[in-house]
Design a protein around this ligand. Structure first.
Ligand code: SER
Length: 316
């Protein structure tokens, strides 16, 4: 077996995925690709490389030089940023994805993990218990790029024989690396502000219901799908995975249980509210459960307690 390349290693998910993969496959077997954001020390202690996914030749060189046989393609411009910087989002999310897949194909790579998102759905999609295979009509730049990723991933898989797999991640909550300008990130920000100021002004309305997941479950979903037997898969780049659904009001209740001084106010940001309103509130994920054994472990209460405890230490 050759080595694993993780793109976007300095990002919210990449920065936790790299250590998890190194624990499983060895420190030297996982190459952390990063672009502008510097890597955390823990990750830069192992193999790492500057990597701009919009540069096809650079990807090819890295794949050859580091003997890469699997890629976790985590770099992406998230929803709110993608609305503001359409061209960058196209370059990174669409051209970057094509570059990764084409390089993987040309270099005979074994497997590519290409995460999608709840953003791949839209207002015509059934909102609750969204089926795995249903109408997808996203009206955001980010969501459109994610549907493209699912379709092109499935194309490389079925037409060209490249093994491409992906989960549709919900909002991912974590304390190690802050996410950058997504729509679900209010849920992370609420913890930071509760600890720093006992107060948070939320940019989504109190009853906005969205699917969410704690980071250990998100990492687990990526690794479980990576390790699944190809023969067991009917779907490939487009698996729903669900853990929990909550609203800002419900999360605030949990945070107040831990920090009784916490208060929340709401000042709706129309761009992010309309993005959130176009996304499902929960996902039906039996395909992932049946094809590769997906199962989340954290409840909202467990997430809130673990998040709060770890952030208090981090921020002190
Ligand atoms: N967490 C992402 C966002 O809010 C959704 O995949 O942009």
């Amino acid at each position: 077996m050759g080595n694993i390349l993780v793109t976007g290693s300095a990002g919210q998910i990449g920065s936790e995925l790299v250590p998890a993969l190194r624990d499983l496959y060895g420190d030297n077997a996982v190459v952390a690709g990063w672009n502008r954001t510097p890597l955390p020390d823990e990750i830069s202690a192992g193999p790492n490389v500057a990597l701009d996914v919009t540069d096809f030749d650079a990807i090819n060189k890295i794949v050859k030089n580091f003997d890469i046989t699997s890629i976790f393609h985590m770099s992406s411009i998230l929803s709110a940023t993608a609305e503001a910087y359409r061209n960058t989002a196209h370059d990174v999310n669409i051209n970057g994805t094509v570059n990764i897949l084409e390089s993987a194909y040309q270099n005979g790579i074994d497997k590519v993990i290409l995460p999608s998102s709840i953003a791949a759905f839209g207002t015509k999609t059934p909102n609750a218990m969204t089926p795995n295979d249903t109408i997808q009509n996203p009206d955001t730049v980010y969501g459109i790029s994610k549907v493209f990723g699912e379709l092109i991933g499935n194309y490389y898989d079925s037409k060209l024989g490249l093994d491409v797999r992906g989960v549709r991640l919900p909002g991912v909550i974590s304390w190690k690396t802050e996410p950058t300008a997504g729509t679900t990130d209010y849920a992370v920000a609420m913890f930071y502000e509760a600890i720093k100021k006992d107060f948070y002004e939320c940019y989504l309305s109190p009853d906005t219901s969205l699917p969410m997941m704690y980071m250990p479950d998100a990492i687990n979903s990526l690794i479980m799908l990576y390790q699944a037997d190809y023969e067991d898969l009917i779907h490939h780049s487009d698996f729903n995975v669900h853990a929990m659904t909550f609203t800002p009001r419900e999360l605030a209740t949990e945070v107040t249980r831990i920090n009784p001084k916490f208060e929340i106010d709401y000042k709706v940001d129309s761009v992010r509210q309309s993005i959130a309103d176009s996304w499902p509130s929960s996902l039906e994920d039996s395909a992932a459960r049946e094809e590769w054994g997906w199962k989340p472990h954290y409840s909202l209460r467990e997430l809130a307690e673990d998040m709060y405890k770890n952030l208090v230490v981090k921020l002190s």
